[in-house]
Design a protein around this ligand. Structure first.
Ligand code: A3P
Length: 287
């Protein structure tokens, strides 16, 4: 598995969607406002799901925007080449997405009151999701060898670098009042409770009916039925959705259908070694 890439400050990026300029703009020039809300994830952790939820919360459960504006325009990626143009069109409060590790994130965040929502997912499920997703990307050379995907992930060869480094970088600010941490699995288990917690963090007071609407319109099936939720406007030269779906399965634990026992044991060994200094435990470590 490989892609057309370049390194920026030790992290791998795609020549198709990033550039030195776009990364430098985001890091050094982009001005963060106090009412900005950032949706941060490592790829395939539920990024688009969180965009959907946050936009519905922003609009008090009204799905009109979700059903008329493509998801990638509602909350654009601040590291992307397209961001400079997109950011000028965003209404406040701005909802912005990023896959960047903390050390490459906008410098002006540090002096702002902007909020960060960080979503993390079982890394074994990320590997599975990525295995299928890269087949749809024109700038990826994908293959059918699942072991390659595991090696690629464990060696940190992917776009945005190592998952372990990503988690560790953002966990440096986990005690900060501007930082909200949630797992993909919590969203699956209790979407309503998660929405209520998100509203509290964002200072949004929604009625029960408005919360119900957020929950309803962010379900896997609702998003699958909404063309604006799965990048249907993006040219097939970049993402070819005849080769796979953005909304593939939407479950937790699909890794069990893909990893052999030996692959899982090897993964766990590397995981334990790489995570031992983090001093946090996650539900999937008990699985
Ligand atoms: P799978 O490939 O395991 O199905 P990202 O947005 O970060 O690229 O993450 C994509 C993953 O989130 C995909 O996982 C996708 O199906 C899942 N996802 C997106 N919307 C979802 C929803 N409403 N409910 C559950 N999972 C969702």
């Amino acid at each position: 598995m490989s892609f057309e890439q370049f390194m920026y400050k030790g992290v791998r990026f795609s020549t198709k969607i990033h550039s030195e300029d776009s990364l430098s703009f985001e890091e050094n020039e982009f001005e963060v406002f106090d009412d900005d809300v950032f949706n941060i994830t490592y790829p395939k952790s539920g990024t688009n799901w969180m965009i959907e939820i946050l936009n519905l919360i922003k609009h008090n459960g009204d799905a009109t925007i979700s059903q008329t504006v493509p998801i990638n325009q509602r909350s654009p990626w601040c590291e992307a080449i397209t961001f400079k143009d997109q950011v000028a069109k965003l209404t406040h409060p701005r909802f912005i997405t990023s896959h960047l590790p903390y050390h490459l994130f906008a410098k002006s965040f540090s002096t702002s009151k902007a909020k960060i929502i960080y979503t993390i997912r079982n890394p074994k499920d990320i590997i599975v999701s990525l295995f299928y997703f890269v087949k749809t990307l024109s700038f990826f050379k994908a293959n059918n060898n699942f072991q390659d995907s595991i090696d690629y992930f464990l060696q940190g060869k992917g776009m945005y670098g190592s998952w372990f480094d990503h988690i560790k970088s953002w966990m440096q600010i986990k005690g900060d009042s501007r930082f909200f941490f949630i797992t993909y699995e919590e969203l699956l288990k209790d979407r309503r409770g998660s929405v209520v917690r998100l509203c509290k963090f964002l200072g949004k007071e929604l009625t029960d009916a408005q919360i119900d609407s957020v929950v309803e319109h962010s379900s896997f099936n609702s998003m699958k039925e909404n063309k604006m939720s799965y990048w249907s406007d993006v040219k097939s030269e970049i993402v070819d959705q005849t080769k796979g779906s953005f909304l593939r399965k939407g479950v937790s634990g699909d890794w069990k259908n893909h990893f052999t026992v030996a692959q899982s044991e090897h993964f766990d060994k590397v995981y334990q070694e790489r995570m031992k200094d983090l001093n946090m435990s996650f539900y999937w470590e008990q699985e």
